[in-house]
Design a binder for this molecule. Structure first.
Ligand SMILES: NC(=O)c1ccc[n+]([C@@H]2O[C@H](COP(=O)([O-])OP(=O)(O)OC[C@H]3O[C@@H](n4cnc5c(N)ncnc54)[C@H](O)[C@@H]3O)[C@@H](O)[C@H]2O)c1
Ligand SMILES: O=C(O)C[C@H](O)C(=O)O
Length: 338
């Protein structure tokens, strides 16, 4: 289960950022570094002492972002790569974070992004398979429920898929759940752990509020409203940005946080647990072989997938609504690669 200690560490990346563990070399690439997420994410990764080298790639603007970020006074080297330099950008990388692709506008679902983003993600994954087949890939581009199976399928076709090394970044759902629950019950988000399982879109986002002492305090209509806000927090931002895109700054925070967790696991730290959307046996017997649940991260990536634990009848109903939608999204991604 997602322990309270692990929950606390998820909310406190900055305190961890400067308490380095093992001195390993971690070259991290950001593909889509010139974008709304890519730029602040690159800045946050430059501040992470576990990142020793940062490789920034985009079809436009990455060398400029790299020049800017490289002046920040931390130890890592930063290099920017132009559109025709993808292969160079991927040389020797340990971790590849992918926020490349188009964001939503009001009125769109994440699935509406599929037609554009599926091929972007597939082509980037194919390049990773060729140049750095042992890299860990963190997928941010939406729709995550489909883009992760696309990345996995692309690596599989290239003969280099290792389920321990492909992750859908669902951390923003956890970040929102902690923030919104802490607002509702008057606690500090740092002490308000929440496990969120399932996928990353509306009804596939399943917060397990009953598993915490604070979450249990929220019942009836308040529970329904809180769950709705966690599931549809992305829409709140899309609406407020009014055509200028979706969450970028909170996503960069969440993406840097999850990357830090992975790097800590890769560095040999024990007990690093975070929910993430991975190849997952929990519901595989129902044809759902990707699922987000608390995952222990270790020197090889996914070390152990934890079960979701005891849930309430209301949460079971959320899960029942999640699974068929998730299955459809996963199958769509797989069919695209096939
Ligand atoms: N997982 C999550 O929780 C989460 C949260 C927020 C946004 N997102 C998703 O992240 C993606 C990016 O959002 P954004 O707001 O940064 O968009 P953006 O348009 O601001 O930036 C996207 C960047 O990707 C680049 N790009 C496009 N094709 C590329 C390619 N083939 N190779 C490299 N770079 C390429 C663009 O040039 C651009 O700089 C969207 O799909 C969005 O839906 C996911
Ligand atoms: O809502 C979006 O489209 C972006 C992202 O998935 C989010 O949850 O903010």
């Amino acid at each position: 289960m997602f322990t309270r200690a692990a929950a606390r560490s998820l909310a406190a990346p900055s305190s961890r950022l400067f308490s380095s563990s093992a001195a390993r070399l971690h070259k991290v690439a950001v593909l889509g570094a010139g974008g709304g997420i890519g730029q602040p994410l690159s800045l946050l990764l430059k501040s992470d002492p576990l990142v020793t080298s940062l490789s920034l790639y985009d079809i436009r603007g990455a060398p400029g972002v790299a020049a800017d970020v490289s002046h920040v006074d931390t130890g890592s080297e930063v290099t920017g790569y132009a559109a025709d330099q993808l292969d160079q950008a991927l040389e020797g990388v340990k971790v590849v974070v992918i926020p490349a692709g188009v964001p939503r506008k009001p009125g769109m679902s994440r699935d509406d992004l599929f037609n554009t983003n599926a091929s972007i993600v597939r082509d980037l994954a194919a390049a990773v398979a060729r140049i750095s087949p042992e890299a860990h890939i963190l997928v941010i581009s939406n729709p995550v429920n489909s883009t992760v199976p696309i990345v996995a399928g692309t690596l599989e076709k290239a003969g280099v898929f290792d389920p321990r090394r492909v992750f859908g970044v669902t951390t923003l759902d956890v970040v929102r759940a902690r923030r919104f629950l802490s607002e509702a019950v008057g606690t500090s988000p740092k002490n308000t752990g929440v496990t969120v399982v399932g996928g990353h879109s509306g009804p596939t986002i399943v917060p397990l509020l009953s598993q915490t002492e604070w979450g249990k305090q929220v019942t009836g209509e308040s529970w329904k409203k809180l769950v709705h806000r966690i599931q549809f927090g992305g829409d709140e931002v899309v609406k407020a940005k009014d055509g200028a895109g979706s969450a970028t700054l909170s996503m960069a925070y969440a993406g840097a946080n999850f990357t830090n967790h992975l790097l800590r696991g890769l560095s040999g730290e024990k007990g690093v647990i975070a929910p993430t959307f991975v190849k997952n046996p929990l519901y595989a017997d129902q044809g759902i072989d990707f699922f987000s649940s608390p995952v222990e991260l270790g020197v090889n990536g996914v070390e152990k997938i934890h079960p979701i634990g005891t849930i309430s009848a209301d949460e079971q109903a959320l899960l029942d609504a999640c699974l068929p939608e998730l299955k459809k999204n996963i199958e769509k991604g797989k069919a695209f690669v096939a």
